[in-house]
Design a binder for this molecule. Structure first.
Ligand SMILES: Nc1ncnc2c1ncn2[C@@H]1O[C@H](COP(=O)(O)OP(=O)(O)OP(=O)(O)O)[C@@H](O)[C@H]1O
Ligand SMILES: [Mg+2]
Length: 444
């Protein structure tokens, strides 16, 4: 149910403001009265969830000055001015300054109710629109945080925009550090629940009893928090490491989901990175719960599938860190770029953030190379990483492979498209694909 709109009544005459207030309160408005414009200004900001009715003739700041002040704060705040009987010039002036309308004394209560209804309706519309715009821009902000324009990332962003609007629960999976939590935030921010609660619970981070209590309660009187299920009501509840739920907890969660019916009041976003252990959520969760949670699915791709995004991310991140540390961003040469592209990135974006920060710190000290950082993270890369005696050819080949791989992805395996984009004859393209072990069938 929509909350009652407020009406601020400003009049230096006590009887007058009381009777207006009583009348409007009877019509269901949430009224508050002020004996002076100065007092009223203390509570009337640009986010005031209601309208203002004010007398024009008041000692101290008069109604006209008051109106000007309010219009300066929020020109969309409806202000109804009470004018003396027959004071046409004053009424005209009030309208010119931006009053919503005026009431002549002695006034007709029905006309007042009618005006209040129109003004509060207009106010609600303005506030709703503002909230919507704010939500959209928060959503945009978050989508912008998701750096990358590789085909897999473009696809992911489209999925987020689609699923953000949809109604079912969502299962997000992907390797560690790929951005699953960030995607959960984005899903919330681009959808209709944007202004509502966003509650995140890390299921693996709590002991079983503590987790049960955090999720479902009951809470003790001294607990500051509501159980997550209650706290997130109407909004989004994110359950990280969903596979850590015990059987009893799974059963309870299923009960909560079933009770909600469809469309669900609270959207549940479950996150899992079990894939890594070679298993899936499907193997671990009871099937009825799994199918409820996985109504919609998003898989966040590993960094190594994002091709040139790796370099874009590295550049952006190292620029951010250099700003933070007040030094120059490290320059990446072709060889280092190839190394970044070839690294296996088991820690994905989180690992890349870490490497970028260390690269900036190294550059500030004037020592070390990106290659040495990568090597310390990826021992298995050592052979590829030796910079001595490695011919340029090797790095060029890594680039070539990456380029063909990405172009194939973008063209979904269309040889003609790739030939065209890379200006390659068919035969050369076929030879290179064979050389790099790239199979057309994988891109279809
Ligand atoms: N596409 C991206 N662009 C920029 N930053 C990103 C991107 N993806 C992830 N990040 C950043 O990388 C870090 C790790 O992301 P996040 O915590 O969302 O990963 P995760 O998959 O939830 O990790 P875990 O499996 O450990 O829970 C965060 O700082 C996040 O802001
Ligand atoms: Mg996470």
């Amino acid at each position: 149910m929509a909350q009652a709109m407020k009406i601020a009544i400003v009049d230096d005459e006590r009887d007058m403001r009381q009777s207006i207030s009583q009348w409007l309160a009877l019509s269901g408005y949430d009224t508050e009265t002020f004996g002076s414009a100065e007092d009223a200004l203390k509570v009337l900001g640009s986010d005031y969830p209601g309208i203002v009715i004010s007398d024009i003739k008041m000692p101290g700041m008069d109604g006209m000055q008051f109106l000007k002040k309010l219009m300066g704060t929020d020109s969309a705040l409806p202000v109804i001015m009470i004018t003396g009987h027959g004071d046409v010039p004053m009424a005209v002036e009030a309208m010119r300054v931006g009053a919503f309308d005026f009431l002549e004394k002695p006034f007709n209560p029905d006309r007042m109710s009618e005006l209040a209804k129109r003004a509060t309706g207009a106010r609600r519309l303005v506030l709703d629109n503002r909230a919507l715009r704010q939500e959209l821009s928060d959503g945009n902000q978050l989508m912008k945080k998701l750096i990358g324009s590789s085909p897999v990332m473009e696809r992911l962003k489209e999925d987020i925009l689609d699923l953000g609007q949809a109604d079912g629960h969502v299962l997000i999976d992907g390797e560690t550090g790929t951005g699953k939590t960030l995607v959960a935030h984005a899903l919330h921010a681009v959808g209709s629940r944007a202004g509502k609660k966003f509650v995140l619970v890390s299921c693996a981070g709590l002991e079983e009893d503590a987790l049960s209590k955090r999720l479902f309660g009951p809470m003790m009187p001294e607990d500051a928090q509501l159980p997550a299920i209650e706290e997130a009501r109407g909004g989004t509840l994110v359950l990280e490491d969903i596979d850590a739920l015990s059987e009893a907890q799974q059963a309870k969660l299923l009960g909560v989901i079933n009770e909600q019916g469809t469309p669900a009041e609270t959207r549940i976003i479950a996150i899992s990175n079990l894939q890594e252990a070679g298993r899936t959520c499907e193997d671990v969760l009871r099937p009825d719960l799994f199918y409820r949670l996985a109504a919609l699915r998003v898989t966040v791709p590993p960094l190594r599938q994002r091709g040139e995004d790796i370099l874009i991310l590295f550049t952006r991140l190292s620029e951010q860190f250099s700003e933070e540390y007040g030094c120059e961003a490290p320059q990446v040469n072709a060889q280092e770029a190839a190394q970044l592209l070839q690294a296996p990135w088991p820690g994905n974006v989180r690992q890349l953030i870490n490497i970028a920060e260390r690269a900036v710190l190294q550059a500030r000290r004037g020592s070390g190379t990106i290659a040495s950082l990568l090597m310390s993270d990826h021992e298995e890369m050592q052979p590829v990483m030796t910079t001595e005696g490695k011919p340029l050819k090797e790095y060029v080949e890594a680039f070539e492979r990456m380029l063909i791989d990405n172009t194939m992805r973008r063209h979904k395996g269309s040889i003609a498209g790739v030939m065209d984009e890379l200006c390659l004859p068919r035969r050369t393209l076929n030879e290179k694909m064979a050389k790099y072990g790239l199979q057309r069938s994988e891109y279809l």
